[in-house]
Ligand binder design. Sequence first.
Ligand SMILES: [Zn+2]
Length: 194
Amino acid sequence: MTRDPSAAPDGRRMRRRGGIRLAATTGLAVLAALAVVSPAQAFNHEGPHWATSQLTIDTSSVPSGGFHDALTDAAAEYTALTHVSVGTEDAIGSPWTAQVIDAGDDGYEGYSHWRYDGDHHTTSADMHLNTAYLDDSLPEDELKVVWEHESGHVLGIAHVTGIDHVMYPFASQAYDDGVTGLTDDEVAGIDSLY
Ligand SMILES: [Zn+2]
């Protein structure tokens, strides 16, 4: 069995900068569906996760510069702080790919898709940042937090309500609120899966 969560309008994982009303409504709909956060653990699971904890992101489509550097930082932070090892490679072949595209003013600062098998093990994934809202000159930590957010979805963790988290639905707002990297709750969420 395979399923692409992006097929459902509210299954598209995203954040945006600014305040288009339609996008905010979509974000809230996603939040309402997923926000079951116990006081003890501020993380949620998407459902699927990879069968292995040794992963590599194909970064060959990400241009060198700020976006690329931030993605390398994000992968290194997952490796340093969680049970997963996330490498990056500028070569085609990994089932986890990253891209930077101009998706236009569609309300999405970034989004990710993933597919999984009958055992709910992720088999492939792609994540994208949208240059309509993000650019190479933004602080490296801001781009890193956005990549960490999308990577979190790909690894299997979902949105949470608190703005002081990478997995807050609007990651740039979390960055603006002071989040500069993975928090203990993202680490706990990942480590509960791997
Ligand atoms: Zn998201």
